[in-house]
Design a protein around this ligand. Structure first.
Ligand code: SF4
Length: 201
């Protein structure tokens, strides 16, 4: 029987060649996801941005750097986790010669969902962390409200026995002054809850 690492690599090879939606047209790299294929904790964001598209790695731009700091402050090690996104290619609109990030469209999310589901079948996370509202709406429940439901535990969810949503670091970066500090602290606080749960499982 193939190990989780072998299964994940076989899946990665398939996804690298995927052209099942419009996003294949403007992408530079498919951003499959990375980390420990046996991770207890799996983080899922909405989709790659410009830096991720250039490097083929998830969460490496400004938002990724903030996520790294928040993970560290919460006592989590990125290399022990698995990090991926709902869609694997950058969603961007052509504005003149340039590409501008935009949220993935419903049809793109539908087309890519099979890949995320295949990853989650291999990973079997104990704790699923949705980074931002769109991932939470897809993986915890439809119509997820970040203002009311962020930082709360959800049990026996479709993809993991425990799931939580945290603020997206890109959202945190869009805040100013006190609001930025408060949002940053909330992100760290929620990730601390993730660390505590992961130690119990
Ligand atoms: Fe394929 Fe997903 Fe990329 Fe669309 S976003 S081309 S479905 S890998």
């Amino acid at each position: 029987m193939a190990s989780p690492a072998e299964e994940m690599e076989a899946l990665r090879q398939q996804v690298l060649n995927c052209t099942d939606c419009e996003l294949a047209r403007t992408r530079t790299h498919v951003v499959f996801g990375e980390g420990n294929p046996c991770a207890k904790v799996v983080l899922v964001g909405e989709g790659p941005g410009g830096w991720e598209d250039r490097t083929g790695r998830p969460f490496v731009g400004r938002a990724g750097k903030l996520l790294d700091v928040a993970l560290r402050e919460a006592g989590l090690k990125r290399e022990e986790l698995y990090i991926t996104n709902v869609v694997k290619c950058r969603a961007a609109s052509e504005v003149g010669e340039r590409l501008r990030n935009r949220p993935p469209r419903a049809a793109e999310v539908r087309a890519c969902r099979k890949w995320l589901e295949a990853q989650l079948r291999i990973l079997k996370p104990k704790v699923l962390v949705c980074i931002g509202g769109p991932a939470a709406s897809l993986l915890i429940h439809k119509g997820f409200k970040m203002t009311e439901e962020r930082g709360k535990w959800f049990r026996d969810t479709p993809y993991a026995p425990l799931a939580i949503a945290v603020l997206h670091p890109a959202y945190v970066l869009r805040q100013d002054g006190e609001d930025f500090l408060r949002a940053r602290e909330l992100l760290i606080e929620d990730l601390r809850k993730v660390r505590e749960q992961s130690e119990d499982h």
